[in-house]
Design a protein around this ligand. Sequence first.
Ligand code: NAD
Length: 355
Amino acid sequence: MKNYKIAIIKGDGIGPEIIDEAVKVLDAVSACSGFHFKYEEALMGGIAYDMTGNPLPNETINISLNSDAVLFGAIGGDKWDNLARELRPESGLLRFRKELGVYANLRPAIVYDELINASSLKPSVIKGVDLMVVRELIGGLYFGEPKGRDEDKGWNTMVYTRSEITRIAHQAFQIAMTRSKRVCSIDKANVLDVSQLWRDVVTEISAEYPEVELSHMYVDNAAMQLIRDPKQFDVMLTGNIFGDILSDEASMLSGSIGLLPSASIGSKIGVYEPIHGSAPNIAGLGIANPIATIASASMMLRYSLDEAQAADKIDAAIKRTLREGYRTQDLAQFDAKEVCSTSEIGSIIANYISK
Ligand code: NAD
């Protein structure tokens, strides 16, 4: 029997609650799929700071690098907001992504038919939306040098090298090959030199994928088109800051931030996490929606472990749960047959997999 080593980072706020449900579902899928998971827990975020004085202990990096994939909850909270920037939970997460070399962030935005009324957009605009934002994650404005501030001025630098653009472009084209074979590259080439290089390199790489149709769009137009006609998009390829903003915008097409997963992949270990944060306002209440984290576990099976059939089982069980009308409180007003706790939703999904 195959054994997979999974690093589990629960983090802060609702992190532990939602990860527990994802593990429950992973155990259900492994029981009927001929492989086994060995989990190893590691600390990150506020809890890591409280216990070790460091939001990202070296041990966490070592455990992660020695695993087949990382399943991650969320970090952060008011309690740690006044720490020096390098000690804050968010700094630990940025450093973690850099250490693991996860340069590609994949964020699918899918509108479930069962929740078509949960979006603030009209059903006719969003029915059938199934797009994937491929965001560059460890370069661009969030990492560029020089950066700094003094009393009167603050500055950051947006830098991309040819090699950084090349590797993320390959990811986007390869993912498009498994989907509808369309890539829309988002930039601001009319104003930014860094974007003109981005556009030139993406166009060069596209020659290696003749089956994929490439288009380019300015980021301001893309923000508008995502709301006007999201179905026009298949794969959206973006740099770090543009992708950060557009993928949050895309997430609202589906109605709740609690539904959407993400994968961060690169040359070493993949990290799988919900797109939302640690939601301190609902932590410990048992009402958090675990579906984004469970769907992240499905992406882990698909992209890091090459277990697509098992991933399909999880995705089908999530759909069935929503179709049968089981909802956490964030979706209670949308055709709920029964409003369930975090743990009840996890159990329902796990049961559908086992049956
Ligand atoms: P958030 O995503 O944590 O919460 C935003 C809103 O969505 C809140 O009302 C919350 O209750 C709700 N929400 C989020 N996830 C939910 C779920 N699964 N089910 C139901 N409702 C859910 O964003 P925020 O409030 O801006 O940030 C809170 C903390 O999380 C901050 O410290 C922030 O820095 C951190 N954060 C962490 C990550 C990460 O770990 N990757 C990402 C974003 C924010």
